[in-house]
Write a protein that binds this ligand. Structure first.
Ligand code: GAL
Length: 429
């Protein structure tokens, strides 16, 4: 598959941009143009996301409130398109961009997902905003590296999410004769617990539509191959046709056999709800699920527990939401106001408290956040970081789409394991 654009030395782009902006300012005797823009009563910002409802909308609302507080003259226009992981939003966004009808800013994942927009010339380098807003030192190198393409930086991150988390219902586990506090070192151990839950008449593992199955697949690949070989799947050093991948796919097949059969008609909040309601014991979902539990009044420890997907302890399967400045944005000053809010300390505190993720900024007091978030903050600094497949960090959109099609074909009975693997080999090009 297409290779990653040349990684630049971290920060070099931003430092260079700072130097050239300073030079411009010195010559003209004034600050860079974007810093001089005036928000008028008619300013607005059309913000394109997939945070259309439920706990995700609560997160978006927190940013909107902060926009209102910092930029009262900028009117927020909500262009959210429902569908977890941008499953419907990304196609629609692409149509708008191709029709030269960009929103003022849009949500994009840090990592390979950005490259397509950059190569299509659809988003602007925002290094000048990093300089004006003093953002470069606010974010960890690990994250900034995934925002750089050929030495330029194209978005401002709002958060960091962890994908490899199991959410469990302790009551369902106890009713199945299992210790709710048990740790499952391997997927094999976890499969034994699935048997017990199934025997007790509950769904062992709740999943939803294709993208959540791909999300599950990535965590099983990670568990079975280990972080190094998992990363190798995306940089070409792990062979998709290998016996190790076959074995991991066999494990995925067994895991899938313990999931709800109505999965394809559901999205992630429905699968999470099944765990909340005691219909299912476990679900694998990113840590945006934490807020779905707490918003529903569920109490951590009593009503729900969480742990890394078995076999992935010590690994942080990473993704980050960020926002862009599209080429030809109708209201660049509104977009600038939004990006300023997204990158600010206050914006990141309010947004992440509401969203369940952790701040992208490293200068925020961890004790402001929930016990779960505090575990994620320490894991992000201590664990091995790997990029999420289902959430744009590991691959370009076309590769993810090909993997999603292959996964759907397999889980709906349209292909056997051998064909599934062959499809994945073909997807890797
Ligand atoms: C991810 C996104 C998260 C969350 C999730 C479910 O792709 O990064 O913020 O929205 O999808 O929709």
């Amino acid at each position: 598959m297409t290779s990653r654009p040349r990684p630049a030395a971290l920060a070099a782009a931003v430092v260079l941009a700072a130097a050239s902006l300073t030079a411009c300012a010195d010559q003209s005797g004034s600050a860079p143009a974007a810093a001089n823009t005036v928000e008028t009563a008619t300013s607005e910002v059309e913000v394109f996301t997939w945070w259309a409802s439920g706990s995700e909308k609560v997160g978006l609302d927190a940013l909107v409130d902060e926009l209102g507080a910092r930029h009262p003259h900028v009117r927020f226009v909500d262009a959210a398109v429902a569908g977890g992981a941008g499953s419907a939003a990304k196609d629609l966004l692409q149509s708008r961009l191709q029709a030269n009808d960009p929103p003022d800013t849009f949500q994009v994942h840090a990592g390979a997902e950005l490259w397509d927009y950059v190569e299509a010339g659809q988003i602007e380098d925002v290094a000048h905003l990093y300089v004006q807003l003093g953002l470069r030192d606010a974010f960890p190198d690990e994250l900034v590296e995934r925002l750089l393409v050929d030495g330029k930086i194209y978005s401002i991150p709002a958060n960091i999410h962890r994908a490899n988390v199991v959410w469990a219902n302790p009551g369902v586990l106890a009713a199945a004769g299992l210790d709710p506090a048990a740790a499952y070192p391997t997927v094999e151990d976890w499969l034994a617990a699935f048997e017990a839950v199934e025997a007790a008449g509950r769904t062992p593992l709740a999943v939803a539509t294709t993208w959540t199955q791909v999300h599950l697949l990535e965590t099983i690949l990670l568990a079975e191959l280990g972080p190094e070989a998992y990363v190798g799947l995306w940089d070409g050093t792990t062979d998709w046709a290998s016996a190790e991948v076959t074995a991991a796919l066999e494990t995925f097949e067994r895991v899938m056999s313990f999931t709800n059969s109505d999965r394809d008609g559901l999205d992630w909040p429905d699968a999470t709800q099944r765990v909340m309601d005691g219909e299912a014991a476990f679900t694998v979902m990113g840590d945006w699920a934490a807020v779905a539990f707490t918003e529903a009044g569920k109490v951590e420890g009593t009503d729900f527990t969480y742990f890394p997907v078995p076999g992935t302890h010590g690994v942080f399967d990473f993704l980050a939401d960020s926002f862009t400045l599209p080429v030809g944005a109708p209201n660049p000053e509104g977009a600038r106001a939004w990006l300023e809010v997204v990158g600010s300390v206050e914006g990141q505190v309010e947004f992440n408290l509401a969203k369940g993720s952790i701040p992208a900024r490293v200068d925020i007091d961890p004790t402001l956040f929930s016990p779960y978030q505090q575990t994620a903050i320490s894991s992000f600094t201590e664990d091995t970081i790997v990029p999420s497949l289902a959430h744009g960090a590991a691959t370009r959109i076309a590769w993810l789409n090909a993997i999603s099609d292959a996964t759907s074909r397999f889980t709906t009975g349209g292909s056997d394991l051998e064909t599934f693997q062959a499809d994945l080999v073909a997807a890797a090009g």
